[in-house]
Design a protein around this ligand. Structure first.
Ligand code: ADP
Ligand code: MG
Length: 223
């Protein structure tokens, strides 16, 4: 039987038979400013406040202070959740790829975490540079996460000039269970949209779904 865990993003779970698959690794990809980090935080906040699931936010790009500040806008109190031990934010250096894997593993085991966000893997792609090292790093990391059965979102950045690909080096999308692609169309009526590009073992929506960012976070609109 396949167990689904709700992401808590309004309008998203019903597009994928109820949520992410237990213990799966799910990629959210898109260009800069497409709401990847907001979605990640919303996922952790929902887990911590509604499902009593502890979460870890790994950031390779932003400071803890900035994450906490931006999430306050949506009413997500990461300061307080961190005090209660429900959320932990960990800043990592992308050039210490090996150490990162052990840091994540240790935190998951020590805190008995159930949700993990890695925002983003693109920095690792840039610092590891060649394809085979990137694949090896991601493969090792994801294998460890699968063994620990932790529900994971990883993000990756699609460079502005790249049209056809889902990530910078085209490695991460093969190794994950789900690929959700976010878009920002400068000239369209509904500027922000989301598409489930792949999801293993799931009869997911094949459509492009517009969404908005409201005072309470991302909300997927019905079409
Ligand atoms: N309070 C807010 N209300 C509406 N939109 C917001 C708010 N805060 C940020 N945004 C939008 O979200 C974007 C940033 O989202 P973010 O998750 O950081 O993007 P990404 O991680 O994909 O680069 C901003 O460029 C802005 O358009
Ligand atoms: Mg971001």
């Amino acid at each position: 039987m396949i167990t689904r865990i709700p992401t808590g993003i309004p309008g998203l779970d019903s597009l994928m038979q109820g949520g992410f698959i237990e213990g799966s690794i799910n990629l959210i990809t898109g260009r800069t400013g497409t709401s990847k980090s907001i979605l990640c935080s919303q996922f952790l906040n929902y887990g911590a406040t509604k499902l009593n699931q502890k979460g870890l936010y790994i950031t390779s790009e932003e400071t803890t202070g900035n994450i906490v500040r931006s999430m306050k806008q949506f009413g997500w109190d990461f300061d307080n959740l961190e005090k209660k031990g429900m959320i932990k934010i960990l800043e990592v250096q992308p050039f210490e790829a090996k150490i990162v894997i052990s840091k994540i593993t240790e935190a998951i085991e020590a805190m008995k975490l159930q949700r993990l966000v890695i925002d983003s893997v693109s920095m690792f792609e840039y610092t590891l540079e060649d394809q085979s090292r990137i694949r090896k790093f991601l493969y090792t990391l994801f294998k460890r996460l699968r063994e620990m059965n932790i529900l994971t979102i990883v993000t990756s950045e699609i460079p502005e000039e790249v049209n056809a690909r889902l990530s910078q080096f085209g490695a991460v999308e093969f190794l994950v269970d789900t690929v959700i692609k976010l878009q920002y169309m400068e000239l369209a009526d509904t500027r922000r949209s989301l598409m489930i590009r792949k999801m293993r073992m799931t009869n997911h929506s094949p459509n492009i779904h517009p969404f908005e960012i409201t005072k309470t976070g991302v909300n997927i609109l019905s079409i």
